[in-house]
Design a protein around this ligand. Structure first.
Ligand SMILES: Nc1ncnc2c1ncn2[C@@H]1O[C@H](COP(=O)(O)OP(=O)(O)OP(=O)(O)O)[C@@H](O)[C@H]1O
Ligand SMILES: [Mg+2]
Length: 341
């Protein structure tokens, strides 16, 4: 039976989001843990740990325990999840809520079982896994219960899920290891190659968010960046332009569009025709990259829209899946079946 404090959880490679019935999104924190390796002690989790990322001395390390859609450090994922869930639900724990959780597509079956047991230890009565593209589609209110084709593209930090949904199922789909992180890496490589300046991941992400664009920028936007000059070895600040960052992003954006095209080519013609009519919906934080939907439209001539709060789509979908209806039960059961496959 559905309970008031049941939760939806999106365990992403860069952010963890928690939704609670009747309250909406109650937590949105970076998936980062700071540890003191010498003392074998956890120092901070979430945004407190994020502040230390890339700037910690000696034995203190701030790490993202999930990368490219997979778990890289299981113990730290456990710390991350139990800490954040504990904070999010606090005293409501006594009622042992139920959870619907979405995890990166690269997480294997054994890891999924372990995540469910971490959730149990964190106070959940029961945790069901919902496939991420299905969660994203539910989160944006997409209807895919009929034999009509709809396309959802969830652009996360580590990976992008590209799926055609129809009759409550994923008809064709793929997950590529390309998302917001790949855009940041492309910016780092470009600035290093062109200006001999090595910038950090957080700087690259700021540049992407502030002046990055997937289509040719019209203005003369510039931004100051500080990094290490690879010739002198000293810190240096210089201005980079939106045109340069567009240049840097051309290659990963091209791969992104090609991957969508490849999925459409594998889609049964009737469903592909529906997608040409109805368009593609982009979700995930990475979909907020300026001009991304225009880049898709220009290359494929398919209308493309970005969800209102793209980073929240998956967790909102997990929240919807908590509703005790036959469709939601079917979708959760199907997720189980897929994961056994
Ligand atoms: N305004 C923006 N412009 C461009 N990128 C953005 C913007 N806002 C957030 N991002 C990017 O979105 C990504 C994070 O998205 P999200 O939180 O959905 O990922 P995730 O769910 O943790 O990752 P994954 O789904 O791969 O596990 C980061 O790469 C971040 O840089
Ligand atoms: Mg995600």
């Amino acid at each position: 039976m559905a309970q008031v404090h049941d939760i939806g959880v999106d365990l992403g490679t860069s952010h963890v989001l928690v939704y609670m019935r009747g309250r909406g999104i109650i937590l949105r924190e970076p998936a980062v843990v700071a540890v003191d390796r010498d003392m074998d002690r956890v120092l901070a989790v979430g945004s407190d740990a994020q502040r230390l990322l890339g700037r910690t001395p000696g034995s203190i390390q701030a790490v993202r325990p999930l990368r490219q859609g997979a778990i890289t450090d299981y113990d730290l994922v456990k710390t991350l999840l139990s800490d954040l869930i504990g904070h999010a639900i606090g005293r409501r724990l006594f009622s042992r809520p139920r959870a619907v959780m979405s995890v990166p597509t690269g997480v294997n079956e054994i890891e999924k079982r372990s995540l469910i047991s971490i959730m149990f230890d964190a106070g959940m009565r029961r945790t069901q896994i919902l496939e991420r593209p299905i969660a994203a589609a539910l989160g944006v209110g997409m209807r895919f219960d009929e034999s009509y084709g709809s396309m959802i593209v969830d652009v996360g930090a580590g990976a992008t899920d590209i799926c055609v949904l129809s009759s409550n199922e994923i008809t064709v789909g793929t997950c590529i290891p390309l998302g917001g992180d790949a855009f940041d890496d492309a910016i780092i490589r470009y600035i290093r190659r062109k200006h001999n300046l090595l910038i950090g991941e957080r700087t690259a992400e700021e540049v992407k968010i502030n002046i990055g664009s997937a289509i040719e920028p019209t203005g003369e936007l510039k931004m100051d960046v500080t990094g290490r000059n690879l010739v002198s070895g000293l810190p240096k600040t210089m201005a980079v332009s939106a045109a340069e960052i567009y240049d840097a992003l051309t290659e990963p954006v091209g791969h992104f569009v090609e991957a969508i095209q490849a999925v459409i080519e594998r889609t049964p013609p009737q469903l592909a025709a529906d997608i040409f009519d109805e368009g593609i919906v982009l979700t995930g934080g990475g979909a907020a990259l300026s001009g991304l939907q225009d880049a898709v439209f220009r290359a494929l001539h398919i209308p493309c829209a970005v969800a209102e709060d793209p980073q929240a789509s998956v967790v909102l979908g997990c929240g919807r899946a908590l509703e005790d209806t036959p469709t939601m039960r079917l979708l959760l059961n199907q997720s189980k079946r897929h994961w056994r496959r």
